[in-house]
Write a protein that binds this ligand. Structure first.
Ligand code: MRU
Length: 383
């Protein structure tokens, strides 16, 4: 398993994703503030991974706390949550993880836990967030593998791999699970300007795994599909609105529109922690705009003339009508997503914002198992 993030000698250690693939170096975080900086500066990125990092960052800050009473510990806890919550706005997994940690902390306070007990409780919850994310990726990978043909060519965008999650990956989890199931899978990795997550990170992960990988620049997607080289698109997500609109890395929308034109099924693979039922549709998803320098420069080299204006939105929103299915750990959600997303969220054990919303539904839709068409490769649990 790729070493995305872990504990070592009481510190949170992350592989520095800005340096891959040319250098494999690790960043050590000693405080919650260090973890927040690592998220903001893209040492660690990818929606589920930054959720895991936030949970570990809160735990790290409490571990090193010298607070003598629970009130002081609570002040430090909530301050760290605020710090981590201000790092990146789009990926809902970050806020999901922080809310989960807050819920557990508040319950432990109400139960009268001591400072040491509170630290242990938060530590254990952070470990659960991490472990569950890996397990969820494996589970969604198994569901998603069914939509890949036995001999399939998959286009993905950005990096939704082990590096972007607690481990194993969401979109790449689907690829890995299909390979584990004995399918032959070849992947086209879209370069993903400007941070090059596809060219640098997805290609690095897949080549390490011995999976056939072809890197294309973002402008080649149309020609690739026109030439009949893609059977299915699988991408990750940063936030999925209640109606199935999907925010993901900038360029995803273009891929989805081209997939529709060329009748290539477009799938989104994401754990339930990426679903935000409190946001009705994509227009309510905050889109992060990042520094102009990401566009103007590449590896220190200036690409654009001084004076040119720059627009650098980090994400776009793909309308639900372009999405064939949303692959989660509980099964594949199909349109109408308003119903199927509520259904998967209601599968969650209590405590999440999403499941609370789903449970409030008077008549939650049922999960329905049915077989997929043979052309999509066999059985999948449908929602
Ligand atoms: O800016 P990034 O690299 O954090 O954006 C990441 C993506 O858009 C991923 O596709 C998404 O988080 C899914 S990761 C499983």
């Amino acid at each position: 398993m790729l070493p995305t993030i872990d504990w070592e000698d009481g510190e949170v250690v992350m592989i520095d994703q800005r340096k891959l693939p040319s250098r494999e170096v690790y960043v050590r975080c000693r405080t919650g503030r260090d973890v927040a900086k690592a998220i903001r500066t893209m040492v660690i990125r990818g929606a589920p991974a930054i959720g895991v990092a936030a949970a570990m960052g809160v735990s790290l800050e409490l571990r090193r706390s010298t607070a003598t009473g629970t009130t002081q510990l609570a002040t430090e806890f909530y301050r760290t949550c605020d710090l981590l919550g201000a790092t990146r706005p789009t990926a809902v997994n970050l806020f999901w993880a922080i809310e989960r940690m807050k819920g557990v902390f508040a319950a432990a306070m109400r139960a009268g836990q001591s400072t040491d007990e509170l630290k242990a409780t938060i530590d254990a919850e952070a470990a659960r967030v991490h472990d569950e994310d890996v397990a969820n990726c494996r589970a969604l990978g198994r569901h998603g593998a069914a939509v890949l043909p036995d001999d399939g060519r998959v286009l993905t965008h950005c990096n939704a791999g082990a590096l972007a999650t607690g481990g194993f990956g969401s979109a790449l989890g689907v690829v890995r699970a299909a390979v584990e199931a004995g399918k032959r899978v070849a992947v086209y990795a879209g370069e993903t300007r400007p941070f090059l997550q596809g060219a640098r990170l997805t290609a690095w992960e897949l080549v390490r795994d011995g999976i056939e990988t072809t890197v294309i620049t973002d402008g080649m997607v149309g020609a690739l599909m026109q030439s009949g080289r893609v059977d299915v698109v699988v991408v990750g997500a940063d936030r999925i609105a209640a109606n199935g609109d999907v925010a993901n890395k900038i360029g995803t929308y273009t891929v989805a529109v081209l997939a529709r034109e060329h009748e290539v099924p477009f799938y989104v693979a994401a754990p339930v922690s990426t679903i935000d039922l409190s946001t009705p549709d994509g227009s309510g998803i905050p889109i992060e705009e990042r520094a102009a320098k990401e566009v103007t420069h590449l590896g220190g080299l200036q690409l654009t003339p001084d004076g040119a204006k720059i627009w650098n939105p980090a994400f776009d929103v793909t309308p639900a009508r372009f999405v064939a299915g949303i692959i989660t750990e509980h099964g594949i959600c199909r349109p109408p997503f308003t119903e199927s997303l509520q259904a998967v969220c209601s599968q969650e054990p209590g405590g999440t914002q999403q499941s609370a919303a789903a449970k409030a539904s008077a008549d939650p839709p049922k999960l329905v198992a049915r077989s997929r068409s043979p052309s999509e490769g066999g059985e999948a649990k449908e929602v």
